[in-house]
Design a protein around this ligand. Sequence first.
Ligand SMILES: NC(=O)c1ccc[n+]([C@@H]2O[C@H](COP(=O)([O-])OP(=O)(O)OC[C@H]3O[C@@H](n4cnc5c(N)ncnc54)[C@H](OP(=O)(O)O)[C@@H]3O)[C@@H](O)[C@H]2O)c1
Length: 302
Amino acid sequence: MTVFVAGGSGTIGIPLVRALVAAGHQVTALTRSSSKQDELRALGASVAVADALNRDALGAAVQAAHPTHVIHQLTALPKDGVRRASDLEATNRLRIDGTRNLLEAAVQAGVRRFLVGSFAILSPRGAAAAAPDDAAAAAVRSMESQVLEASARGAIEGVVLRYGLFYGLDAPSTTAMIDMVRKRRLPVIRGDAGQLPVISIEDAVSATVRALDAAAPGAAYDIVDDRAVSFTEIVDAIAEYTGSAPPRRVPAWLPRLVAPYMARVTSVRMPLSNAKAKAELGWRPKYATMRDGLAQMLRHAA
Ligand SMILES: NC(=O)c1ccc[n+]([C@@H]2O[C@H](COP(=O)([O-])OP(=O)(O)OC[C@H]3O[C@@H](n4cnc5c(N)ncnc54)[C@H](OP(=O)(O)O)[C@@H]3O)[C@@H](O)[C@H]2O)c1
C-alpha cells in the first residue's frame, strides 16, 4: 500500500511510520516543519511539508504522494500537557477544518481508505460522561462523523480508531508523570473511582497497521487494552516500579480546583471493550494491562 500519514512526526506518528515501512508499505509522512525531514527520511519515509489548515497546500501534497491509504493522526496539544479546555482550541480546529481538508484531498486523489485516530474519552459515548456540550467533544464528533459520512455515501472507505490514553516511555505524558512521581510531585486522589481506557503506543500502532486492510469500511473500533485503570492506580504503579516514595494522597476537590480539565479527564469512568478490534482486526495488545506494560517497559529501560 501507499500510505500518507498526516501527523507522521508525532508521538504515534513516528513509530507508526517505522512500523508501516517495516511492513513493506510506501509511506509519505506529513509535517509542517522542514527541519524534521531528515528524521522522517531516516525512517524510510518520503516527506511532505504542508500545513493541514492550508487546503490548497495540503491538497497538492496528497496528490503528489498518490496514496491508496490516508491515516489522520493530527493534533496540536501543548507539549507540557492540557491544563484547561482552551489548550485544546488548536486541536479542535485541526479536528474540524484539518479533517475536512484532508478528507477532501484524499477523495480528490482517489484514495481508497481513510483511517482517523480518535480519542475514546472524547468520542460520542465518552463525551456524555466527560462533557456534554464541550467544544473539544464537539470537534471529535465532527471529525468522526465527517469520516463516517463520507464512507456512508461511498466517497471513500472511512474507519475510526478510538484510542485510549496513550502511554509508553516515548510518550511525553508518561515521561512527565514518571519524572513527577520520582520527585513526589504527583499526588493521587483519595477514593479515586475513575476507569480510564488506556493503550500503549506500541499497541496503538499495531492496531492501526492491522486496520489498514482488516477494518470494515464505515466501522469504529475501541483501541484499548484489556482493563481500564484509575489515575491513582497508574501513579501508584509508576511509584512501585521506579522504587519511588509512595505518592501523596489528596481529596478529589483539590485537582478540580487546580487543574480542572485534567481532573475531569481523570475521573472518567469508561471501561471499554476491545472485543470488536480483537475479532475483526485479528489484533491483540502486547500488554494486556497498563500495569503489565509499565512493569515491562520500566524493567527493560533499567
Ligand atoms: N496522546 C494521547 O494520549 C492520545 C490519546 C488518544 C488519541 N490520540 C490521537 O492520536 C493522534 C496523534 O496524537 P499524538 O499524541 O501523536 O500527537 P502529537 O505528538 O502532538 O503529534 C501531532 C502531529 O500533528 C502534526 N500537526 C499538528 N498541527 C498540524 C498542522 N496544522 N498541519 C500539519 N500537521 C500538523 C504534527 O506535525 P508537525 O509538528 O511536525 O508539523 C505532529 O506530527 C491523534 O489522532 C489523537 O487524537 C492521542
